[in-house]
Design a protein. Sequence first.
Length: 79
Amino acid sequence: MAQTEQRRLLNRLGPHHDHVLRFATDFSIPLDNNQAERDIRMIKNRQKISGCLRPTASASASASASASAEYFVAIRSVS
């Protein structure tokens, strides 16, 4: 007998079911896990525009500056 899609999903999530909706009860957990993608988005855009790859140190410095700017904007928007 074939299982329904819902049953297959429950079986697959079985060992991890307590972690799946943790964001609903623990508000310190973000709703998505895309922070890493957001962190590198500006670097990838610069690579596309310039048409070349930058050294790792330059990309790291750029990411650090971008993260600092986002942090200060977040602080200013709270107060």
